[in-house]
Design a protein around this ligand. Structure first.
Ligand SMILES: [Mg+2]
Length: 227
């Protein structure tokens, strides 16, 4: 069946996976907004809450937002704090240089481009990254788990991504992601083709068998040609 749409995961897929010390990142952010004697405690509380929320996501596809995170950590995050947090992430979110040419080529082939990310960030934060890196206008629609009740690999997340780009038949969709469980198993179960991009340290998952494995984004096109 002809491919009508390619839906991409974000972290580790459109943005190369970079190991980030999350506790240190929160320490850096909290150091700007709390007295030194409180910064460590606050950063540690946020980091613990973050770890718990991601565990809940892994175990039951329960989604979460930054509001949930700060509530759980017992802190009030104002706009300045949030701005510092996103600034701290900036060096870790550079879009893969192969993304723009690939998305342009998909556009030229009349293939729709979608994004589906498990994330606590609001849509606006992701869109800022896409605009900064010049790919926002190449994306037809995106679904973020922070706006959904359930995250990948739950079918609801994949349905939301299809709705965001206006496609109805999962068999015409290809999903590209770096996580065997969330991305590959989830997409296959939703009825899509799934392409694993190597490079992150995501754990293996036996039931997540991809239709193809690539080591860089530009490796996708030959597979599309063969489908
Ligand atoms: Mg990923």
């Amino acid at each position: 069946m002809a491919v009508e749409a390619v839906i991409f995961d974000w972290g580790g897929t459109l943005t190369p996976w970079i190991p980030v010390d999350h506790h240190q990142l929160w320490l850096d952010v909290c150091g700007l907004h709390f007295p030194a004697d409180q910064a460590y405690q606050v950063a540690t509380a946020i980091h613990a809450a973050e770890t718990e929320l991601w565990q809940a996501c892994d175990q039951s596809q329960q989604s979460a937002t930054l509001d949930h995170l700060f509530q759980r950590a017992g802190i009030v995050a104002n706009d300045e704090f949030l701005a510092s947090y996103f600034t701290a992430w900036e060096p870790h979110t550079a879009t893969d240089p192969e993304a723009a040419p690939l998305l342009r080529e998909l556009r030229a082939r009349d293939v729709k481009v979608g994004v589906l990310s498990n994330t606590m960030w609001p849509r606006s934060a992701h869109e800022r990254v896409f605009i900064r890196d010049g790919i926002f206008s190449l994306i037809d629609g995106a679904a973020y788990s922070s706006e959904l009740a359930r995250a990948k690999p739950h079918a609801e997340a994949f349905r939301a991504a299809m709705a965001a780009i206006g496609v109805t038949d999962p068999a015409t969709c290809v999903f590209v992601g770096d996580r065997p469980y969330d991305d590959i198993y989830g997409a296959k179960r939703a009825g899509m083709r799934a392409v694993l991009i190597r490079g992150s340290h995501a754990p293996a998952f036996d039931a997540g068998v991809p239709d193809a494995v690539i080591s860089r984004l530009s490796g996708l096109l030959p597979h599309l040609d063969s489908w």
